[in-house]
Ligand binder design. Structure first.
Ligand code: ADP
Ligand code: MG
Length: 212
């Protein structure tokens, strides 16, 4: 498929709506092992991003401008640690598709993989440390392997979603070694990491925004 700027604007709008819907659940998860603000952070960040992106002229803007605009708005709207993590992810997505007027399936998988790498490099978390990386890293690997297997974008993103959901589920058994919840030791066992949970919401929404 060819993904135009308008489609990316719609994608950000869908993400903002999904985060508004999931805000309370994400805050509750963060309330158990953090400071209960993760849903607020994600909702604030993506509503600011969606609003700024919607204001871009789809004719004169390219996909890189969309991702960079989203990154900047996310960063200024969010004070929590998810702010710089997602701002970096979105900047990397923009860099991955630099110079393109519209995106192919392959370009979109490149952008998706760049987001995951950006989060990992910015936060310096490895898989197994009970963070959003436990959803993003397997999701990016699954998307890439589906894409190399010749699958269309929606199937790649569906594979990513399944991997993210399993990864998020697996955080329940982990002890945190990065971020706020690392202070709680064994007490976090049995609880899903909120950042991994919101990554599943995000990836689910991205996948759905391309399946119509
Ligand atoms: P804060 O912890 O500052 O309140 P949020 O509540 O918005 O920030 O986000 C918490 C989430 O951020 C955690 O659940 C975890 O997934 C993620 N996180 C925290 N530190 C890191 C890190 N170093 N690398 C990747 N993700 C991280
Ligand atoms: Mg928090």
């Amino acid at each position: 498929m060819q993904i135009e700027v308008v489609r990316l604007q719609d994608m950000f709008s869908a993400i903002a709506q999904a985060m508004a819907r999931e805000k309370e659940r994400l805050c509750e998860l963060d309330g158990v092992i953090g400071d209960a603000d993760h849903g607020i952070a994600m909702e604030l960040g993506f509503s600011a991003a969606a609003k700024a992106v919607a204001a871009l002229d789809p004719v004169s803007s390219d996909p890189t401008a969309v991702f960079n605009t989203a990154a900047k708005s996310f960063l200024s709207a969010v004070g929590a640690s998810s702010g710089p993590l997602y701002a970096t992810a979105l900047m990397r997505a923009g860099a991955a598709v630099k110079g393109k007027i519209s995106l192919t399936d392959n370009d979109m998988v490149d952008a998706f993989e760049a987001m995951a790498k950006g989060i990992q490099e910015r936060g310096k978390a490895e898989p197994g440390e009970k963070t959003m990386v436990d959803a993003w890293a397997p999701a990016a690997a699954a998307a890439r392997s589906a894409q190399l297997g010749g699958k269309p974008l929606v199937a790649c993103l569906k594979a990513a979603l399944d991997a993210a959901a399993s990864g998020a589920e697996a955080t329940k058994e982990m002890v945190a070694t990065k971020g706020r919840s690392s202070r709680l030791g064994d007490r976090v066992i049995g609880h899903m990491d909120p950042g991994a949970a919101s990554a599943v919401v995000l990836i689910d929404t991205i996948a759905h925004s391309f399946d119509a």
